[in-house]
Design a protein. Structure first.
Length: 390
């Protein structure tokens, strides 16, 4: 399938404009990184405690921030985490550095929120309790002594109630015990005992975790090494498959892509997580593939038209592969754009990196890699001419 036929666009002749645009984008990203003190790392790379909380009503963000700070907790991130309309979820990221404090970070968040939103201290919070604890409490309720239900039956009934709580659309949060009436196979005595032993809290912990600062630093270094090894391996492959000069141009173009994508993350204040590193490596391979297709056409055309200047040869090759580039990149962009729009907040940073990477990778393959190759060969030719004159 060919979208465009016999285009004759002077890409190389306009290289100064495109290189200028790249310098501008890199400068903007670099300025943003400098002003913000470097990339914004997620919990994977900086260490700390991360908790996702779902509330009955829209969370009072500033009150929560003030309450957590008053408890001596260093709040790195406190932002809405919307998975759907009226989800009322909040992402709380504590920037903790002491290893022994990390495990208690979530407990401190729960205690602070419970103090802020209130609760019945004589009862258990149904939205933040596990099976074993809740089952023991219900079994020990006096009403269950009068029931004909066995201990295993009571436990299974409590298990069914918690499963109902955790599935959509409740997603961990019961606002009223009347919702439990729709759970099939649960004896009314269990629900009655549950109402005496527990209450539906104003929030629910949906997930979270913690990473030690040492592990975070190790992961940072591993991510840097993975990216550099990928670039180095591709440089060696292209040098072997084509020529050394082609490898340098391709790797320089891909390095350009990573820098601009990193800058976009800083400008849009997005965190760099492990999934983002996976996206970076993906865009490295994607951009490199596009560049190799163009360089392969350059090599073929060089055999056919040996006397044609390199600038004309590069223009011809880019125009010949333009239809393929637009078709491939367009379909890929459509897929990752759908992932960005509909994939949910969990995949937002990953899909954002892919969207930016596909756009910048396609741009660099067409407008950056070829000018770098032209400049490199021109420099090499000039150096060779000076050496011969000497």
């Amino acid at each position: 399938m060919q979208l465009l036929k016999e285009t004759n666009i002077d890409f190389i002749g306009r290289r100064k404009y495109f290189l200028g645009l790249s310098v501008l984008l890199i400068a903007l990203g670099g300025a943003s990184l400098l002003l913000k003190g470097g990339p914004k790392f997620g919990i994977d790379f900086k260490g700390g405690t991360l908790v996702y909380v779902k509330f009955k009503e829209a969370p009072r963000v500033e009150e929560i921030r003030t309450a957590l700070t008053a408890e001596g907790l260093n709040v790195a991130t406190l932002q809405p985490f919307e998975e759907g309309p009226d989800s009322h979820e909040l992402k709380i990221d504590l920037d903790l550095t002491e290893e022994e404090v990390l495990t208690s970070g979530q407990d401190k968040i729960v205690a602070t929120l419970r103090e802020l939103y209130g609760g019945d201290e004589s009862k258990m919070d149904f939205n933040n309790v596990g099976l074993e604890t809740l089952a023991d409490r219900v079994i020990s309720n006096p009403k269950m002594a009068e029931s004909s239900l066995a201990t295993d039956q009571i436990t299974e009934g409590v298990r069914a109630l918690l499963a109902f709580r955790d599935e959509a659309p409740q997603s961990g949060l019961i606002t009223d015990f009347s919702q439990l009436a729709s759970v099939e196979g649960v004896n009314s005595d269990i629900i009655s005992a549950l109402q005496e032993e527990a209450y539906p809290g104003a929030f629910a912990i949906r997930g979270g975790g913690y990473v030690g600062p040492k592990i975070g630093k190790d992961l940072q270094w591993q991510a840097i090494k993975a990216t550099l090894f990928a670039l180095g391996g591709m440089l060696v492959y292209i040098a072997f498959r084509f020529e050394w000069i082609y490898g340098v141009a391709a790797v320089a173009a891909v390095f350009h892509d990573v820098l601009i994508t990193l800058g976009f993350f800083s400008i849009f204040n997005r965190e760099i997580e492990l999934t983002v590193i996976a996206a970076f490596l993906t865009l490295v391979g994607y951009s490199m593939n596009d560049t190799i297709v163009i360089f392969d056409r350059v090599r073929e055309n060089r055999k056919l038209t040996r006397r044609q200047p390199l600038e004309s040869l590069l223009n011809l090759s880019v125009n010949q592969t333009l239809s393929r580039t637009i078709l491939t990149s367009g379909l890929t962009l459509l897929a990752v754009l759908c992932l960005f729009l509909f994939g949910g907040e969990v995949l937002r940073s990953f899909s954002f990196a892919l969207v930016v990477g596909v756009l910048i990778g396609t741009y660099s393959s067409v407008f950056i890699a070829s000018p770098i190759l032209l400049w490199w060969q021109g420099t090499a030719a000039a150096s060779g001419g000076q050496a011969r004159r000497k």
